[in-house]
Design a protein around this ligand. Structure first.
Ligand SMILES: *[C@@H]1O[C@H](CO)[C@@H](O)[C@H](O)[C@H]1NC(C)=O
Ligand SMILES: CC(=O)N[C@H]1CO[C@H](CO)[C@@H](O)[C@@H]1O
Length: 733
């Protein structure tokens, strides 16, 4: 580097084709205005002519317009980030900051210990100086099985880390690596591969046996002092003292791998739980980790990953640091968020779990407005900022002086000191959960914390590299996908109610970002308008009442233009985000299902909560699946299987549209002389109803055709059939 020449550590590029996009969006806006004019001018006078339905649709359209504007905001100015990690190495290789990695798990049955330690091993194997890397596993399940697995992992890492570094392999989660590794050309590597794979398989068997038996092998009790805690002072997962074990102490010279290189620090934490104290779910776990790690390693930078989200790129830490350590442009960057990508999505992504459009478009748009949301995994924070520091333009972090401090004391002393920080009472009367650390009281603690950080003046960065940094496990059944979205929809709606971005972020984040947040905070509210749109037009069609312009009317044009333009654009956007056409069609279906079930129930539950009838729950996403469920998932057959009110609602809506469509066909066949007129008057309603029938084909199959275990349970079929027949008969007159 020349004396006064400055090479930035990252660059930011704007998306191409903005102007064209903006013109296109404007044309849609004009069409929307015409629809408003049409709705306002032609309101029917009488109920028999459909005035109520008309008003409902008008209101739905007003809502859609507002939400459409919100979705335009995140497409208006997308930006893309590119880090230069070679420059980082050149300038800072000897001054790299300490990094603490937080992995959170909550239940060994839902999140199997083997999955958890694969994530742990993948982050231990980062291409980063081991003495500056510490890994913390927070186990809210307080399970000896998880602790045992982590103990096994600490042993295995002594062979695994040198192997990763010697052959520079990727990905560094053993399970993912062994699944895809090609046969090496080199004979020593081949031999090494065979032996390391054998070690892994043996460990895997031990862990899986222990998990299945719910009991760890007798002989390991003597191998680590930690195991005795479960015998001595442990009542249940809801009632136990803090369990804190430093499995590998990176300060210790004996902490070396099989080839004599240092190992990263590895810590197990199950914070204290007592029935009389609220534990605040994942946010509580993260805050305990923040304090405990400050006593042990006190890394400046924190990476937070979910236990199912392994690192797919050993360079990710270095990439993220480029955004924190640039001398000129990093001053106001609070966190760096990677997209949430999934390992086990199928080709056409039946449940839309890949979140392709959010990852490939919307978050880039948010980045242009001041920064993406914090989504709770795959995110790099600066400790001080996460802990509550406000932005101050005169404050500069001096990265070079940060590493001097090493904690004094033996491991036992360190454990004793750190333990008290994870007790139930530590947070009483403190700012933890309010101004410090992650915020409490919201099912999406991550999003609300990210918003708070941005409101303290910090920006965030969205880093979406070609090769994914982190890969997680996607929902493999419809029920799981819907429940997950219900939690998101509900949490985001709560943010809207308690920390509405418009007033909470007033003057501290841009209006654009405030609107950007609404994309997610208003997910749930969308359900009402969507429910109107997929019931009213079809039902009014039965009585021959027209709610849209006739085919020959000039007013037909704006409707047609919006439908065609919007869907063409959405298809193009989806294909650009590396989706398939069938995947797009599936995405439309899941979009409908989320809005008509997950978000609808989210609204109901939120209302009950506001009125004081129910309390916050936190549903952990399922990460284990039966074999036959998995087989159907891989064949992209929709999974129902268990009764659920959401399925009943979805099936009723689908059947209602099916029966309406059948009645229409009968009408057309019987009234031979009038069919032209019916089509002319009801064309858009017929089209809408037809599309709703088509998109529900997999659901009809599950109701009436399939015989496998994943079909719709008959109780749901019966209820939904009765409900829909009654409603359709009512509207036939
Ligand atoms: C994960 O990393 C591997 C290289 O190890 C790469 O080939 C693959 O494309 C990555 N996966 C994703 C989804 O980016
Ligand atoms: C938890 C889960 O369902 N994992 C599956 C992800 O997909 C791969 C292959 O498609 C399976 O082998 C995993 O079991």
């Amino acid at each position: 580097m020349g004396n006064d020449e400055y090479f930035p550590l990252f660059e930011t590029k704007q998306s191409k084709g903005r102007l064209i996009y903006r013109l296109f969006a404007t044309s849609i806006f004009v069409a929307i205005c015409l629809i408003w004019v049409y709705r306002a001018t032609f309101i029917p006078n009488k109920v028999e002519e459909g005035s109520l339905g008309w008003l409902a649709l008008f209101m739905a359209e007003i809502w859609f317009t507002f939400y459409w504007i919100v979705t335009q905001v995140v497409r208006w100015s997308c930006i893309y980030r590119y880090p230069f990690k070679d420059r980082l190495s050149k300038r800072y290789e000897h001054d790299l900051p300490k990094v603490d990695v937080f992995v959170c798990t909550a239940d060994p049955m839902i999140e199997p210990p083997l999955l958890v330690i694969n994530t742990v091993l993948s982050v231990m194997a980062y291409d980063y100086p081991s003495e500056k890397l510490s890994i913390y596993l927070s186990d809210d399940g307080g399970s000896i099985l998880t602790f045992y697995a982590l103990f096994e992992a600490s042993q295995f890492s002594k062979n695994w880390l040198p192997y990763c570094k010697k052959y520079n392999i990727e990905p560094r989660s053993p399970a993912a690596y062994f699944k895809s590794v090609p046969k090496p050309d080199d004979a020593t590597h081949s031999k090494h591969l065979v032996s390391i794979k054998k070690l892994y398989e043996e460990m895997k068997n031990r862990i899986e046996t222990a998990t299945n038996l719910c009991k760890i092998p007798e002989e390991v009790h003597d191998q680590h002092k930690g195991f005795s805690i479960w015998n001595d002072s442990y009542n249940s997962k809801h009632d136990h003292a803090t369990i804190l074990q430093i499995l590998i102490d990176g300060r210790n010279e004996a902490a070396i791998d099989a080839e004599g290189h240092p190992l990263p620090t590895l810590v197990y934490l199950a914070r204290e739980k007592r029935p009389q104290y609220l534990h605040n779910f994942k946010a509580g776990a993260m805050n305990a980790l923040l304090r405990v790690s400050s006593e042990i390693s006190n890394g400046r930078v924190i990476l937070n990953v979910d236990c199912d989200m392994y690192s797919n790129n050993s360079q990710s830490i270095r990439e993220a640091l480029c955004f924190f350590m640039d001398e000129k442009k990093s001053q106001d960057i609070g966190f760096v968020q990677f997209p949430q990508m999934f390992e086990n999505t199928t080709k056409n992504d039946l449940y839309g779990s890949a979140l392709q459009v959010i990852n490939a478009v919307e978050f880039h748009g948010l980045d242009g407005l001041g920064g993406p949301l914090y989504i709770g995994t795959g995110c790099f924070h600066q400790r001080e900022i996460l802990s509550g520091r406000k932005y101050d333009k005169n404050y500069r972090i001096d990265w070079k002086t940060q590493n001097a401090l090493t904690k004094e004391g033996t491991v036992d002393e360190l454990e004793e000191r750190a333990k008290t920080l994870a007790s139930c009472t530590y947070e009483l009367n403190s700012q933890w959960g309010k101004e410090m650390g992650l915020k409490y009281g919201c099912p999406v603690e991550d999003v609300i914390t990210g918003l708070a950080i941005q409101c303290r003046g910090w920006k965030s960065v969205y880093l979406n590299p070609e090769r994914s940094g982190f890969l997680g496990v996607a929902a493999t059944s419809l029920g799981d996908a819907l429940v997950q979205h219900k939690r998101w929809g509900e949490g985001d709606l709560q943010i809207m109610l308690s920390h509405c971005p418009f007033w909470y972020g007033y003057k501290s984040i841009t209006l654009g970002l405030q609107l950007g947040y609404c994309n997610y905070c208003l997910w749930a509210v969308n359900s009402l308008a969507t429910l109107c749109y997929c019931t009213i037009p079809s039902l009014y069609m039965l009585g021959g009442i027209s709610l849209f312009p006739q085919l020959s009317s000039i007013w037909f044009l704006p409707f047609a233009y919006i439908a065609i333009a919007k869907y063409t654009y959405s298809l193009a956007e989806f294909l650009r985000a590396k989706g398939t056409v069938l995947g797009w069609w599936n995405e439309q279906r899941i979009w409908l299902y989320k809005r008509t079930s997950s978000y609808f129930f989210a609204i109901i539950d939120t209302t009950l909560k506001v009125l004081g009838f129910s309390q916050m729950k936190f549903v952990i996403s399922n990460k284990v699946t039966d074999d036959d469920v998995l087989q159907r998932y891989e064949k992209e057959i929709m999974e129902f299987g268990v009764p659920s009110p959401m399925f009943t609602l979805l099936a009723s809506l689908a059947l209602m549209n099916l029966f309406s469509f059948l009645v229409l066909i009968k009408m057309l066949l019987v009234e031979k002389d009038r069919w032209r007129m019916i089509i002319e008057r009801l064309s858009l309603q017929i089209l809408l109803c037809g599309v709703l029938v088509l998109i529900n084909l997999p659901l009809f199959k599950a109701l009436f055709v399939r015989k496998d275990k994943g079909r719709m349970p008959s109780s749901v079929t019966i209820k939904a059939t009765i409900v829909s027949i009654v409603i359709v008969l009512y509207f036939c007159h």
